[in-house]
Design a protein around this ligand. Structure first.
Ligand code: GSH
Length: 206
């Protein structure tokens, strides 16, 4: 399969999971889909939003949306999946917080990365970005409050820990997490030190 992405972007959430499962894939550089019209145009036939991650399966079928990819990968896994399977006691909370992250926190980047896409008036763009980023921080605090420890779900490692580790590198960035979300920061540190994830994290964030 082919994973379209860019170093340190949302594709890394999927890279970590593909490595964990030992699934072979080719990494296709998407280019900077925020800054480059050419990169957006190249990805558009596969993903109408020109976003990464975009995964093209061996069959040619296209899978977008990191949560959909996360759930699909867990179904392919032969070992311990990064999503508690149907019937598992922590399944409901896993689904709740996975969707919370992609539905509430991830869009903060969609809106604030390039505020000019949504706010025409120049002088309003900076305050808009500031407000959206502050909203994101509030959402992370809700995730922090729900984290059980040592992993987000407790003793069970899951894809939510992978999201936390990757997204802690994005605004408001790791020093903020260390100060305001210590359970999430500890999860990010533990994933970074875990040999199942460390190479993909190092590829994306070093
Ligand atoms: N809902 C999507 C969000 C993906 C997303 O926003 N990716 C960012 C990179 S981290 C992107 O491609 N942004 C380009 C854009 O929004 O135009 C997912 O969960 O996969």
């Amino acid at each position: 399969m082919q994973l379209y992405g860019s170093k340190g972007w949302g594709s890394s959430i999927i890279e970590l999971q593909l490595d964990y499962y030992g699934i072979a894939y080719a990494f296709v550089q998407s280019g900077d889909v925020l800054a480059s019209q050419e990169a957006r145009a190249k990805l558009a036939p596969l993903n109408p939003l020109s976003q990464v991650p975009t995964l093209v399966l061996d069959s040619g079928e296209v899978l977008t949306e990191s949560a959909a990819i996360t759930l699909w990968l867990a179904e392919q896994a032969s070992g311990e999946p990064l999503a508690p399977p149907p019937g598992a006691p922590d399944r409901a909370q896993f689904l709740r917080w996975l969707i919370f992250i992609v539905a509430n926190i991830y869009p903060c980047f969609t809106y604030a990365d390039l505020p000019e896409r949504f706010v025409e008036v120049d002088v309003a763009q900076k305050p808009f970005r500031k407000a959206v980023d502050a909203y994101g921080e509030k959402m992370w605090q809700a995730v922090e409050a729900a984290a059980v420890g040592p992993w987000f779900l407790g003793e069970r490692l899951s894809a939510i820990d992978v999201y936390v580790a990757v997204m802690s590198h994005w605004r408001p960035k790791q020093p903020w997490f260390a100060e305001h979300a210590p359970k999430l920061y500890a999860i990010a540190q533990a994933i970074t030190a875990d040999p199942r994830f460390a190479p993909a994290l190092a590829r994306n964030f070093n």
